[in-house]
Design a binder for this molecule. Structure first.
Ligand code: TYD
Length: 144
């Protein structure tokens, strides 16, 4: 099991196709734009001001998180280092590698958080307790 750090998670610039007076279009393509194949798309919306989401890590799942509308903050944590990203552009996405804890907050009114994921929904892939997460990080770093 590969042990990723927050340094392996970064903002990806998506293609932005601009049409004069007709708006913009951005594209995500399996294996071309992103380093995994997308098996699931879900999106968070109507998040009340002041609420936070996330607060979990995934064992295997990779994700691309996009602020399809509005803005929000994502704090990534690999058990040692935290990195904060503010997403507010629909032509950018944040790649989140497996084994990284994430907290999302500071949602603007009308924010849409679109997530492209490398697998279908598997509850057993989630780690929802922070102490369990730290133990898991310890485990994967000693089994490298
Ligand atoms: P949850 O993971 O708790 O949301 P967040 O981490 O953003 O706060 O998911 C909320 C609910 O939606 C929970 O009951 C599980 C369900 N859900 C699915 O059924 N399929 C999915 O793909 C996802 C992401 C969530």
């Amino acid at each position: 099991m590969e042990s990723y750090s927050v340094c392996d998670c970064s903002i990806l610039d998506l293609n932005k196709h601009h049409s004069d007076r007709k708006g913009n279009l951005s594209v995500v393509q399996n294996s071309i734009t992103i380093p995994f194949d997308v098996k699931r798309v879900y999106y968070l919306y109507d998040v009340p001001g002041g609420e936070s989401r996330g607060s979990h890590a995934h064992r295997e799942l990779s994700q691309l998180i996009v602020a399809a509308s509005g803005s929000f903050r994502v704090v990534l944590d690999d058990g040692k280092v935290k990195r904060t990203f503010f997403l507010n552009r629909p032509y950018q996405g944040l790649i989140v590698k497996p084994g990284i804890w994430r907290d999302l907050d500071d949602f603007s009114s009308g924010a849409v958080c679109m997530v492209l994921a490398s697998d279908v929904y598997k509850p057993e892939d989630y780690i929802r307790d922070y102490d369990d997460f730290l133990n898991y990080r310890q485990e994967i770093s000693t089994h490298k």
